[in-house]
Design a protein around this ligand. Structure first.
Ligand code: PLP
Length: 234
């Protein structure tokens, strides 16, 4: 994969998704490729859009805010995947479509309020800490039920699934148990569906561990460096 051939990289990743899904007996159409454009210039996003990519992910709220404005295309679907800060949710709530990184009930309340002000509905995923590493975000598995219960009565934010980040390891086989854990939590928490909660999606898998994540049930993969090239930071 060459650093600068964004269209070619997108095609290669999509082919890989199709292949892995089919081998796992899954329908590739059930897996959404979210192109993670963090730290990369808006020109790269435009190039990817030109190549047919519609879903983009960013992990800093102000960076997402400015890229949403600079891109200004109604068909583009924006995903926030980084650490939330309550006082910054207002900057993205009038345009962001998905927020993958809700780890506390208080964020749902703020998203509901700000999306409501903008007359919109934002889709949220609850991030669960599946690697057990302190530096990774996400709620503890045992706190998930409580967050889902608190999520049921909102009008402007709807919870549609779970997100997890595996540990960074060289051999992705090592993190299979982490993805299995997220899938198990997803299955065992279906009982909390009701009102604005309906668990349908599993956001898991990045450049290094995408294949294992798809085998374990991912419906959204978040891919950055394999599309846009290596990052210097972020
Ligand atoms: C950066 C990032 C990604 C993409 O990582 P790559 O290894 O470049 O594919 C996915 N998810 C989250 C939450 C990220 O911060």
């Amino acid at each position: 994969m060459s650093e600068r051939d964004i269209a070619g990289n997108l095609t290669a990743i999509q082919q890989k998704i199709n292949q892995v899904a089919e081998r796992a007996g899954r329908n590739p159409d059930d897996i959404t490729l979210v192109a993670v454009s963090k730290t990369k210039p808006t020109a790269d996003i435009l190039e990817a859009i030109e190549a047919g990519q519609l879903h983009f992910g960013e992990n800093r709220m102000q960076e997402l805010e400015s890229k949403m404005k600079e891109t200004d295309m109604p068909d583009v679907v924006w995903h926030f995947i980084g650490n939330l800060q309550t006082n910054k949710i207002k900057y993205i709530a009038d345009r962001v479509n998905w927020i993958h990184s809700v780890e506390k009930a208080k964020y749902l309340k703020e998203i509901d309020k700000r999306a409501g002000n903008a007359n919109r509905v934002v889709t949220a995923l609850i991030q669960v800490n599946i690697s057990g590493e302190k530096q990774k975000g996400g709620c503890a598995p045992e706190d998930l039920a409580e967050i889902l219960k608190a999520a049921q009565n909102y009008e402007h934010v709807q919870v549609r699934g779970l997100m997890g980040m595996a540990a960074f390891v060289e051999d992705p086989e090592q993190v299979r148990p982490e993805f299995k854990l997220l899938k198990e939590l997803f299955d065992s928490h279906q009982q909390y569906n009701g009102g604005s909660v309906n668990l349908k999606h599993l956001s898991m898998g990045m450049t290094n561990d995408m294949e294992v994540a798809i085998q374990e049930g991912a419906t959204m993969v978040r891919i950055g460096s394999a599309i846009f090239g290596e990052r210097n930071y972020g």
